[in-house]
Ligand binder design. Structure first.
Ligand SMILES: C[S@@+](CC[C@H](N)C(=O)[O-])C[C@H]1O[C@@H](n2cnc3c(N)ncnc32)[C@H](O)[C@@H]1O
Length: 212
């Protein structure tokens, strides 16, 4: 198996740009945050007893591929393992020209996400409530997924689906090992966040781009 890996260090300018995006769309983002936290009291979408500030940071974390120029490659994206809509809903709020499919195999989570999408009037998002292994992925659809799968497991679930680009939000410590465990030839680019000691939320985190 061939697994070429490239690592790119990302500085805090990218984080500042993601924060600016949040501010530009603040009304919709804060409405999303309100309804997500309401649902989180009923079902576990983000961790229990999490603060509003931390969930806001999860939203900003979701936006980082936009300033990195990673969203431009596809007009349609699927967010698999979306849970409460992360990263798909924040990305759909900022990238209205693109279509976003929000996917999770837990039906009650998808019911909550459907309610959120309707209440914030997000017109460019659809919902698919089943395992990613059962989704018929159209050619040319990109895949985003935040802290939901190991690389090897996701590739196995995707089987023969015609995927092209996968963006995975991950801890970077063991990511090279994970790439090498893949049973397919893949090319990995690791965008490692180096935002400094003042941004502890992002320590050890990154986004991995996987291509064939
Ligand atoms: C740790 S949560 C992450 C949720 C969200 N991406 C976030 O960052 O807050 C992982 C999610 O993956 C979903 N999941 C696990 N296996 C899946 C599968 N085969 N297809 C679709 N979703 C799956 C789980 O139901 C869960 O909601």
């Amino acid at each position: 198996m061939k697994h070429p890996i490239k690592t790119i260090q990302i500085d805090s300018e990218t984080l500042s740009k993601a924060r600016e995006l949040y501010s530009e769309h603040e009304k919709e983002m804060e409405a999303y945050l309100d309804i997500l936290l309401e649902w989180n009291e009923k079902i576990n979408l983000v961790s229990r007893n999490v603060s509003r500030e931390t969930v806001r940071e999860h939203i900003i974390h979701s936006l980082l591929p936009i300033p990195l120029g990673l969203i431009q490659w596809h007009d349609k994206w699927i967010d698999s393992g979306t849970g409460g809509g992360l990263p798909g809903i924040p990305l759909a709020i900022c990238e209205k020209e693109k279509r976003w499919i929000l996917n999770d195999n837990v039906r009650k989570k998808m019911k909550a996400v459907d309610d959120i999408v309707n209440k914030i009037e997000l017109k460019n998002a659809d919902i698919i409530a089943k395992s990613i292994s059962l989704v018929e992925l159209e050619k040319g659809t990109g895949l985003v997924t935040k802290h939901a799968f190991k690389i090897k497991d996701l590739l196995r679930l995707l089987g023969k689906a015609p995927w092209q680009t996968i963006l995975m939000w991950k801890g970077v410590e063991d990511v090279e090992k994970e790439v090498r465990r893949a049973h397919k030839d893949i090319i990995a680019t690791i965008y490692e966040f180096n935002f400094g000691k003042d941004e502890p939320f992002y320590e050890g985190k990154g986004i991995v781009k996987i291509e064939r």
